[in-house]
Design a protein around this ligand. Structure first.
Ligand code: HXC
Length: 257
């Protein structure tokens, strides 16, 4: 399938999605989100894909939802079409997604990055929720995920003033897992994704689901969920292979079964 707003590539068991509207700093319009969702659907069904990397270019991961698309929308248009609903597809994606973020990750771009499972930033990355400057508020989870990631005071400051955070501050605040030279950010993200993808796919999916449970439930319920899923992982052939390989002092050969 030919895409107009993204490019799609494969690096072994890693699917690489590159946001590709450079003239608009990768502003996220409806067509781009449709394309992203279509690729996620196909990667979800593809047993050869074990993890996904999403990136932009050196200047912008994504500078937000497309303002030209939203400019003429009334409340009734926005509410009636619920145009943000389709942004949620990625949050239901069961394989790990690594965001490789260089340049601007603003508004919906920051929100998309926060929907990914691991964020690796280039040293020129800038994060922000500048919607307040446009007379609106974050609409794809920014008020919730940024607050969980960096705490109330910093989230409030960013959302209420529109201030951007640089890569170093983002790492210090827990918004990204690490910062690397911008030239290396995609390769680093692919390396992380490759490492994940060489483990047992069902076990990786269970681990991702269990971590995500931490955002949705109490500690006691989350620990119960984890324990049930931990026991469930004993049903895989890969559990036997992983433990046999350890005892036999060899590398495991996982079969995703
Ligand atoms: C549409 C955008 C855009 C956006 C940039 N462009 N961001 N178009 N939507 N979000 C376009 C510009 O209009 C311009 O087009 C081109 O990209 C280059 O941008 P410049 O502004 O000329 O670049 P620069 O001076 O380097 O400034 C970079 C910038 C600035 C600081 C990132 O572009 C900026 O402030 N962008 C808007 C950021 C923002 O407010 N994001 C939140 C959007 S609301 P032309 O044709 O003039 O060359 C949002 C709501 C989310 O995300 C809700 C849920 C989805």
């Amino acid at each position: 399938m030919a895409y107009e707003n993204i490019t799609v590539d494969r690096r072994g068991r890693v699917g690489l999605i590159t946001l590709n509207r450079p003239k608009a700093l990768n502003a996220l319009n409806g067509a781009l989100i449709d394309e992203l969702n279509a690729v996620l659907d196909s990667f979800e069904a593809d047993e050869e894909i074990g993890a996904v990397v999403i990136t932009g270019n050196e200047k912008a991961f994504a500078a937000g939802a497309d303002i030209t698309e939203m400019r003429s929308m009334s409340f009734v248009d926005a509410h009636g079409s619920d145009f943000i609903a389709k942004w949620n597809r990625i949050t239901a994606f069961r394989k790990p997604v690594v965001a490789a973020i260089a340049g601007y990750a603003l508004g919906g771009g920051c929100e998309l990055a926060m929907m990914c499972d691991i964020a690796i930033a280039g040293d020129n990355a800038k994060f922000g929720q500048p919607e307040i400057k446009l007379g609106v508020i974050p609409g794809a989870g920014g008020t919730q995920r940024l607050t969980r990631a960096v705490g109330k005071s910093k989230a409030m400051e960013m959302i209420l003033t529109g201030r951007m955070m640089n890569a170093e501050e983002a790492e210090r605040s827990g918004l990204v897992s690490r910062v690397v030279p911008v030239a290396d950010v995609v390769d680093e993200a692919i390396t992380v994704a490759e490492r994940i993808a060489h483990f047992s796919a069902p076990t990786v999916a269970l681990a991702k689901a269990s971590v995500n449970r931490a955002f949705e439930t109490t500690l006691a319920e989350g620990v119960l969920y984890e324990r049930a899923v931990f026991y469930a992982s004993f049903a895989t052939e890969d559990k036997r292979e992983g433990m046999d390989a350890f005892i036999e002092k060899r590398e495991p050969a996982f079969t995703n079964r």
